[in-house]
Design a protein around this ligand. Structure first.
Ligand code: NOJ
Ligand code: CA
Length: 577
């Protein structure tokens, strides 16, 4: 039993709602068509917006070849619109040998035929526009594919004009790599080119050589590529792997730590080949010279920072860098506990003065949130999906949802190495099983292949729960994860408090994360029990605070003078101030 703090969580007993009325409140169907956001300034659309990450390979396969494609996304734009999404972030669909499923780009100004054509992207942009859904692309800035013509030129001779597009260094006297930097995808970060007898540098796979951003010609070529899509109506970019755009030119060795990574390489700190100060100056130039020429266009960052103070550097000194550096630290937490979340969210809130926060809990590189944490007794995967959705959708910052998160989709990890598609899974098996599990096909309905297609075997197996966990089934079930998300999204888009401040309440509680959103003269209270035991939040008669209206509830009841929350219980209600 939790001891509540009267001043913070007290609600007047006069406002007691019978259990049936609360159940009714949570059964309210979300609106069919989402109302328009009360946008502050059109160029600030992202502040009231919700971004939805689409992994094109896995979303919907329109031509039945087993691989999702752009027309598949076009086909489902009505669904995306009905969810209340303001922008999709489409992960790379550029021509690519697919060594890293598109994060190895061979031509920034085109589309891989397996995903479609430039005309398909134009259609996606136009049809999205008609539905209020903007399109963001994924700009892979750190590296290209080794099949990119720039690299083909670069490796052809030491004197080729493109040689300095990449990072080439001589071997050490004994022929070994220039330093001890390791690739985070296994092995040395250097690969020897036998023809020109120099090593090239790659933070990721050898098929992903790092660009040399110190070369002004690289900047020009990449800025041109960014602009090419903006001119076509794309609304901006999620920037891939920004931390690693620069490395120290003196090639200082990284400090090595005890133990080895999943690939058997000694652990090291990557301090000399990531998060260099030049990253910020370069991103500010991209913002100023390209993005700001087009009103309303934004940059979202794949910013894996160690804490909020590091994160805020990505806003730039005058908010002139990234509009949305994603705070990804919640993903890395080994457990979602109230104290850890409170500390991190408060950190973002207090540090990001002038900048706008953005949070994500799942993506194509991380286990899906609904199956990431242990299940408390009596709770289900749906409950994890609901509490993580309630968190993400009631915070102040822009939420970045991952396709299927709104269904409570779970990881479907390969069981045998021979089934693995993601190369890091093949190289690191069994310690690192790769990222296939979180990339399985979107679950649309109960038909064969979950409605992903009606043809060839999908590139990854559909998760076994698809017969019940799918858009069609969940749409018809008032208690589903999907309808819970729809309720929360409608709340986010319509309730004035959701455009206002965020404030933690009851700052010592170890079980329940409690906070208020206040704006437009209204306040919403959010209680999330992240503990494996039930919690009770007492109600004080004497206080002025009252529950006006329960808004979204799961495994929680207002009863006998307390809000009772079962493990993973969610209670969101409008209260008087
Ligand atoms: C981050 C991307 O999200 C990931 O999927 C990719 O493998 C690396 N960057 C390298 O581009
Ligand atoms: Ca296809």
């Amino acid at each position: 039993m939790r001891v509540g703090r009267a001043a913070l969580l007290s609600v007047a007993v006069a406002a007691f709602l019978p259990v049936a009325a609360q159940a009714q409140a949570m059964l309210q169907p979300p609106p069919k068509a989402m109302p328009a956001n009360p946008t502050v300034d059109q160029n600030d659309w992202y502040k009231t917006g919700i971004i939805y990450e689409v992994y094109p390979r896995s979303f919907a396969d329109s031509n039945n070849d087993g691989i999702g494609d752009i027309q598949g996304i076009v086909k489902h734009l009505d669904y995306v619109q009905s969810l209340g999404i303001d922008a999709i972030w489409m992960t790379p669909m550029f021509p690519s040998p697919q060594a890293d499923f598109g994060y190895d780009v061979a031509d920034y100004d085109n589309v891989d035929p397996q995903f479609g054509t430039v005309a398909d992207v134009d259609q996606l942009v136009a049809q999205g526009k008609g539905r209020g859904v903007k399109v963001l692309l994924d700009f892979v800035v750190n590296h290209t594919s080794d099949q990119h013509p720039w690299f083909q030129q670069s490796k052809s001779s030491r004197t080729n004009p493109y040689r300095d597009f990449y990072i080439w260094r001589d071997p050490k006297a004994d022929g070994s790599p220039p330093n001890n930097w390791a690739s985070i995808f296994g092995g040395s970060a250097w690969t020897l080119d036998p023809k020109t007898k120099q090593y090239y540098y790659h933070f990721f796979y050898p098929q992903q050589p790092d660009l040399n951003w110190r070369n002004p010609k690289v900047e020009k070529a990449m800025f041109d590529a960014a602009e090419w899509w903006l001119k076509r109506g794309v609304y901006g970019y999620r920037l891939d792997a920004v931390d690693t755009m620069f490395e120290r030119t003196d090639l200082k060795d990284n400090t090595v730590y005890p133990g080895v990574d999943a690939f058997g390489v000694p652990n090291q700190d990557h301090v000399n080949n990531s998060k260099q100060p030049e990253v910020h100056t370069e991103l500010q130039r991209l913002r100023q010279m390209v993005i700001d020429k087009y009103p309303g266009r934004i940059l979202v960052g794949e910013t894996w920072t160690s804490d909020a103070s590091e994160l805020v550097q990505y806003y730039g000194p005058r908010n002139n860098e990234l509009q949305l550096p994603m705070f990804l630290n919640l993903i890395s937490l080994p457990a979602l506990t109230a104290p850890d979340l409170r500390q991190r969210i408060t950190g973002v809130e207090t540090n990001s003065v002038g900048g706008w926060p953005s949070f994500a809990l799942s993506n194509h590189d991380s286990r899906r949130a609904a199956s990431r944490y242990p299940l408390p007794a009596g709770a289900s995967t749906d409950d994890w999906a609901k509490i993580t959705g309630a968190l993400l959708l009631t915070l102040r910052g822009t939420p970045v949802l991952y396709y299927g998160e709104e269904l409570g989709m779970v990881n479907n990890d390969p069981q045998r190495i021979e089934d693995v598609q993601d190369v890091i899974g093949k190289k690191g098996w069994p310690k690192e099983k790769g990222r296939d599990g979180e990339r399985t096909p979107m679950q649309w309905d109960a038909s064969t292949n979950a409605g992903f297609n009606t043809g060839a075997k999908p590139w990854l197996p559909v998760a076994p729960d698809y017969k019940t966990r799918n858009v069609a089934a969940e749409s018809a079930d008032p208690h589903s994860v999907l309808n819970f998300y729809r309720t929360l999204i409608a709340l986010r888009r319509t309730h004035p408090a959701m455009s206002g401040d965020w404030k933690a309440v009851d700052t010592d509680d170890k079980q329940v994360l409690a906070y208020q959103r206040s704006g437009g003269g209204k306040t919403v209270l959010v209680l999330l029990n992240l503990d494996s035991k039930p919690a009770d939040v007492p109600i004080e008669k004497t206080d002025t605070m009252e529950i006006v209206r329960p808004l979204a509830i799961n495994r929680a009841l207002l009863i006998s003078g307390s809000i009772h929350l079962d493990p993973l219980g969610v209670y969101v209600a409008e209260i008087t101030r």
